[in-house]
Design a binder for this molecule. Sequence first.
Ligand SMILES: [Fe+2]
Length: 391
Amino acid sequence: MIAAESNSPPAGPPFEPDRRLAEYETLLDIGVKLSGTLELATVLELALENAEEVCRAETSSIWELDEERKELFFRVVRGSAAGAIRDLRVPLGAGIVGSVAASGEAEVVNDVAADPRWQGDASDEFQTRAILAVPLRAQGKIIGVVQLLNPVGRDRFTAGDLWRMRQFAAILAPALQNARLWTAQRRQFFHTVTALAEALEKRDPYTGGHVRRVVAYTVLLGRQMGLSREELRDLRLAATLHDVGKITIPDRILGKPSPLEPDEVEIMRRHAADGASIVSHLANPWVLHGVRSHHERVDGKGYPDGLTDPEIPLAARIIAVADTYDAMTTSRPYRSGLPHERAAAEILGSAGTQFCPRVVTAFRALCDLGRFSLETAEDAVRAISDVNPQP
Ligand SMILES: [Fe+2]
C-alpha cells in the first residue's frame, strides 16, 4: 500500500521536466473544462473522461458521500464493472473506498486480495486487482472519492499515478461541489414553481393534470424543433406557469360548468396579461413571453396584444399548440374531449391562422412517427431534468 501524505511530486526515477510540464498542462486543461460548466451531469462525465486521461485504468468511478446516511453511493462509473456496481452503497469506513472517505487519505492498494478491508467484487464479470482511491475534499469537507481500478499497460499503480490523481481530485472536488449546489437550487426552484402552478390548478375542478400535460407536450414539440437543453428548460418553466394569471379570475367564472358568456370571456382573457405581470419578477424572457402571449394567433386575432406571425415569441407559439391540443382532448362538463385524430386534424388545419406553421410542422412530424403521446412527452421532460444531486 502507498499512502501519499504530501502534494510534492514523487521522488524516485529521474525527474523529467518535460513530462512534468505536460502533466501540468493536462491538469490545467482539465481545470478549464471543469470550470466551464455548472451542469452536474457534464461535470461528472468530464471527471471520468479526464481521470482516465490522467491515469489509465480499466474502470473509474466517482463515489459521493451521503452525509445523512453516512454512506458512499456511486455517482458515475465507467468500464466493464459498470452494470454490477451502479447501485452499490458502502457505509463510511467500510472497505477500501469507505476507509479513504473516513480517513481523508489517498491510497494505492496494488494487491487487493491481501488487504483485510477488501470485500470482494460485486460481480464475477470483473476482477479487481489494484485500487487507487483519492478523497474529494471541498471547503474542508470530504464530499466523496474518485477511484481507479486496475492500471492499464502496467501491473501496478505507482506513486506518480497517486500524485497525478491527487492533483486531479483537488481540481475536481470544488467543481463537483459547485455543480451539486447549483443543481440542488435549480431543482428546488423548479419544484416550488410546479407546486405553485398545481396548487392554482386545483381551483378549477375540470382541469386536473392540465399543467403537467401542457409542460410535457411543450417540451416534446420544442425538442422536435431542435431547441437546446437550456432552452427546453426555460420553455418548461414557461409552460408550467402559462396560466398562473388565472389566480385573478373569480371562482364563479373559473369553475363555471357551462360555456362562458361574452363578458365572462373578457374577464377570463385577462389571465394572460395578469400572469405576465406576476412572472415579470423572474426576469426570464421565455417565461414572460410564454405567459403573456400563449393565446396570440399568427393571424393577429389572438389576445392580449393581437400580435401577428413574426411578432409572437417562440415560447408562446409552442405553448399555444400544446395548450390547445390538451384542451381539445380533455372532457369538460359541457363537452367530451376529442380523440387524438380529430384534435390533430384541427391543429393541422389551423396552421398559418391560429398556429405557427413551424410548430405545426413539428407536431405533424411527431404524429406521423406515432410519437405525439403523453408517454413520449413525459420521457422528453425526464430527459432534460437535472441529475438528482442526492439520490
Ligand atoms: Fe391560458
